[in-house]
Design a protein around this ligand. Structure first.
Ligand SMILES: [Ca+2]
Ligand SMILES: [Ca+2]
Length: 190
């Protein structure tokens, strides 16, 4: 969260710099003949806000998917909202983790021994916008572009999913997998 806040401050700083430079250029004219100088009313610039809310309007709750079986596709959606005053571009990335979570008897028969981590995590496919995007372990930490998120305080729903291939075997029984998704909202640089 601190990295996100830092990015927001950096992004806000870029905006302020651009506005200040434009004001200086407007005052740079010179005159060779008659001249008059008047003080224009003060122009006050304030940095806008780039404020991302996940799970708006209520706090996001963990997405829990249980009882996955070979061949399943499980979709889940997360709501995001730009509640600030500056338009932004949205990206997401995620990290994964998993546990063996005990061993069912058919699982033990398949793994021998059954204590070496989550085969579910190894075999899950990450799904984005309805398309397979590769194994969840391979796609983690990749920046996923999600497009513009205007500062209109209108929640946008982002759709993700996971697929357990039909080829999965008893090794994945009881195993857990967790995706921790981070959204980043960044001011466009042009
Ligand atoms: Ca297992
Ligand atoms: Ca297990």
């Amino acid at each position: 969260m601190s990295i996100l806040q830092k990015n927001k401050k950096v992004a806000a700083g870029i905006g302020v710099a651009a506005v200040a430079a434009a004001a200086i250029a407007l005052g740079a004219g010179t005159y060779a003949a008659f001249s008059d100088t008047e003080q224009a009313p003060n122009a006050t610039f304030a940095a806008g806000t780039l404020n991302l809310t996940v799970g708006a309007p209520t706090p996001a709750t963990p997405v829990v998917i249980s009882n996955l079986k070979p061949g399943d596709l499980q979709n889940f959606s997360i709501e995001v909202d730009n509640t600030g005053t500056v338009d932004g571009n949205l990206t997401a990335s995620y990290t994964v983790s998993g546990t063996e979570n005990g061993c069912a008897e058919p699982e033990t028969d398949a793994e021998r021994p059954c204590d070496d981590g989550s085969e579910l995590l190894e075999q899950l496919i990450f799904v984005y916008q309805g398309s397979d995007a590769g194994p969840v372990t391979a796609a983690q930490n990749t920046s996923i572009p999600l497009g513009a998120l205007p500062a209109v305080d209108a929640p946008k729903t982002i759709n993700f999913g996971v697929r357990l291939p039909a080829s999965a075997t008893n090794e994945v029984m009881t195993d857990t997998a967790t995706l921790s998704i981070t959204f980043t909202l960044t001011q466009p640089t042009s």
